[in-house]
Design a protein around this ligand. Sequence first.
Ligand code: ADP
Length: 261
Amino acid sequence: QQITTDMETLTKEVERFAQNKKLEIESLKGQEMYRKEFLGNVSHELKTPLFTVQGYIETLLDGAMNDKAVRKNYLQRAGKGVDRLIHIIKDLDMISKLEAGNLAIEPKRFNIIELVQNTMDQLEMKAEKKNIQLTFDIIYKDSIFVKADPERIQQVLLNLMVNSIKYGKYGGTTEVSIEDLIKNKVIIRVTDNGEGIQKENIQRLFERFYRVDKTGSRKEGGSGLGLSIVKHIMDAHGEKIYVESQIGIGSEFSFTLEKAK
Ligand code: ADP
């Protein structure tokens, strides 16, 4: 009887050990796949603007340089390609720091209304180009203090607002609003009346490099990293981000922040 029980225990131990090893191997395989996919995505994202810049330089050297107007135009386009490369590299840098936990969140007490206004000022030109009206729905107060990392929260706001302009319709609107909740939280909403996002894509939006319309978004520039940066920043703050969207009607991204005393 004793031997049978011992054997049973031993068999169970061995099975458990094998199961743990299997899980370990699967996890390593997953990490390896993830790494490969990540590298593939990065080189793909960098390739497009690099080839654009290379194309303009080659055409200039092939003779286009002799015409003053063409020269200026091609140099400007090449410059835009370089800007895009810098943008992608900055996003990559940010995401790798956030994922490695190397980007400390430094919470401070600051006025979120001022930060929103400041961010809107930065985007005025971008919105104007698409004839999009930027509005800020907060008329009854001039300060709401929150406790968060102002630099990172500005990044969140910028990413959300740039998206609402990018995927907003020509002549549309982007509205930011702040709801001061009775409890210790505020909700900040960025709403557009643009193309909207299909339900099945909503849960994937925060994945790295994920884009709903691969061709459309690429035309609009960007790295496909904006929303995953946003999610990381909100997670690091221990706060939530929500998305509501309807095709043809528009999208609303909202996030919570802690009120400061
Ligand atoms: P991207 O650099 O492509 O803009 P993001 O991570 O910021 O990357 O966004 C991922 C994708 O989510 C976008 O490519 C777009 O398809 C979709 N998206 C984001 N914001 C909006 C929005 N306000 N309206 C419609 N689609 C959006």
